[in-house]
Design a protein around this ligand. Structure first.
Ligand SMILES: *[C@@H]1O[C@H](CO)[C@@H](O)[C@H](O)[C@H]1NC(C)=O
Ligand SMILES: *[C@@H]1O[C@H](CO)[C@@H](O)[C@H](O)[C@H]1NC(C)=O
Length: 519
């Protein structure tokens, strides 16, 4: 891809028609969810945690789904502990209740659904967050052509993510589409960041290149396909073009720092920010630490926490990309066999890179995966709470939960040998440099439970999650391991959805754990 400025979208033809075709935004007099989520609203649940009811009133919800309401009603009977049910009831519908800022159709194609999913407190759409926000409803997804359905919500998100990626494949978070007439969300950093390739700030909220953002599109696509088998949707939209851009972009990022004759390769991406935080910018004039060529691993400049990578061969995103590229080849096989075979081949190359360069024999834990490597032999042994993480590898479908190398990695991640593992009387879980040492992330504990077969571990984990919400009845981004009153982000939809997803997973795998009381 050339590094010339990318084409901008045509200016909006402000047309009332397009506004009218979209879902109306919620009534003006509705309380802001920042406010609702920051205070305890009545009625309180009847357990010892007395958790508040944090759903917006029905007329103020951003999307209604009968499937989701039905599951909540079924769980009211299946979950015995009143606090646990309340936490599920608040968190599971959070993405639908609060983050579907707009749903409508493309201006140039009135049949193309578009769904703009905000992350929660920020009115921008992250590729990663939105794919995961919707994934929490995957088990309820069925083929449905109605624009009011979960299926349409997924189709709209795939189409909008595709539009974002075709335009600015290195960026991670985006502005509402012009059709929504919502106007851009302000980001004080983005106008002064120095980024190559260039992008439009009307379109992009932030342009940190993260391999997992591109993998998130593949995950979202495959989640939709696996539940609906709706090949027709992929055929009639520009999905194939988006895949080509993803393959082209990531292939370029297989290139390391040095060419075979010792000259320096031009970095396919450059990022520099004026900041006092080391995790917010890149060394070596925006290109980051040197990376070896031809390892089969794709470079990532940032992590799923949006923090800078120390070493760019970031293993969890390569695992995720390899798995979902192969999964999407299944869809592509119905559209273009040649491209599907290329995708399969590429997925295999990345997997071979992970297996060859991404492992290390630890003196205490044995053979395990590293978080990041540079291909020259340097590695960072750690884990971060954000998905994809090493702990989440089985959730990504990359390895089996019982794989011995995964199990060694897991023992390391959940020990104090992991430099970002936090423990204390409130919450024992991985954190990360994003909020910093001392702060444990509920997301990491949820991933631990989703990848565990041990009833005692799951039960103890649920107890911690229930008792660490600062009595607000929602999941938070991070919580001080020693003080539950110190936490970040009252409105973080991804982790709320993930908690609900975990409860539905336990309903399948361990229904007896939903019949316990956690008082
Ligand atoms: C959801 O349903 C309520 C009624 O229960 C309605 O007032 C509201 O407008 C609906 N929201 C959307 C986005 O359709
Ligand atoms: C965290 O682990 C420590 C050490 O094993 C233990 O004492 C503590 O009770 C745990 N914290 C929670 C919240 O379970």
């Amino acid at each position: 891809m050339s590094s010339s400025p990318r084409r901008l979208l045509p200016l909006p033809l402000v047309s009332l028609l397009w506004v009218a075709l979209g879902t109306a935004t919620i009534p003006q007099d509705c309380q802001k969810y920042d406010t609702i989520s920051s205070f305890a609203n009545p009625p309180l649940s009847e357990g010892k945690h007395a958790l508040p009811y944090q759903r917006p009133e029905p007329r103020c919800r951003t999307f209604n789904s009968t499937e989701v309401e039905n599951v909540i009603e079924q769980m009211r009977k299946e979950i015995v502990d009143p606090d646990l049910f309340r936490l599920f009831e608040n968190t599971f519908p959070n993405t639908l209740d609060t983050t579907i800022s707009w749903k409508g159709f493309a201006k140039d194609d009135p049949e193309e659904d578009l769904t703009f999913v905000r992350t929660g407190d920020i009115n921008a759409m992250w590729l990663r967050d939105s794919a995961n926000q919707l994934q929490s409803y995957k088990s309820l997804l069925k083929p449905n052509s109605s624009p009011d359905s979960l299926a349409s919500l997924f189709r709209g998100a795939i189409n909008l993510q595709g539009r974002y990626i075709r335009e600015s494949p290195h960026c991670n978070a985006f502005q509402p589409p012009l059709e929504a007439s919502l106007g851009p969300e302000y980001n004080g950093w983005v106008t002064s960041d120095f980024v190559v390739p260039r992008f439009s700030t009307d379109f992009v909220f932030e342009c940190k290149y993260e391999l997992d953002s591109l993998a998130a599109f593949l995950q979202l696509s495959h989640d939709y396909y696996s539940q609906t088998k709706d090949v027709g949707f992929f055929k009639k939209t520009r999905w194939k073009d988006t895949i080509s851009i993803i393959v082209e972009t990531t292939s370029e990022l297989l290139t390391g720092t040095y060419a075979s004759d010792g000259t320096i390769n031009k970095s396919p991406y450059i990022f520099e920010r004026k900041t006092n935080r080391a995790s917010e910018t890149m060394s070596n004039e925006g290109a980051g630490a040197p990376v070896k060529s031809n390892t089969g691993l794709i470079r990532s400049f940032f992590r799923p926490s949006d923090d800078a990578c120390t070493f760019q061969l970031f293993i969890p995103a390569n695992m995720m990309f390899s798995r979902y590229l192969a999964a999407c080849a299944e869809i592509m096989r119905e559209i273009d066999v040649e491209v599907a075979e290329k995708m399969d081949g590429f997925a295999g190359v990345v997997r071979a890179g992970v297996e060859r360069y991404g492992k290390f024999k630890h003196p205490e834990f044995g053979k395990m995966y590293a978080y990041e490597v540079d291909g020259f032999g340097s590695r960072y042994l750690m884990d971060d709470a954000n998905i994809p993480s090493l702990l989440s590898a089985p959730m990504l479908g990359y390895v089996d939960m019982k794989d011995p190398v995964y199990l060694n990695t897991r023992r390391f991640v959940l020990s104090t040998e992991n430099p970002y593992f936090m423990y204390g009387p409130v919450l024992n879980a991985t954190g990360g440099p994003h909020i910093g040492p001392g702060m444990a992330w509920p997301m990491a504990l949820i991933v631990q439970l989703l990848t565990s077969d041990n009833d005692f571990e799951i039960e103890m984990g649920i107890r911690q999650l229930l008792s660490s919400t600062d009595n607000l009845g929602l999941m938070h981004e991070s919580i001080h391991a020693h003080d539950q009153h110190r936490w970040t982000r009252s409105w973080f939809a991804w982790v709320n959805g993930l908690f609900g997803q975990m409860i539905l997973d336990l309903r399948e795998r361990k229904p007896h754990l939903l019949r316990l009381t956690y008082q």
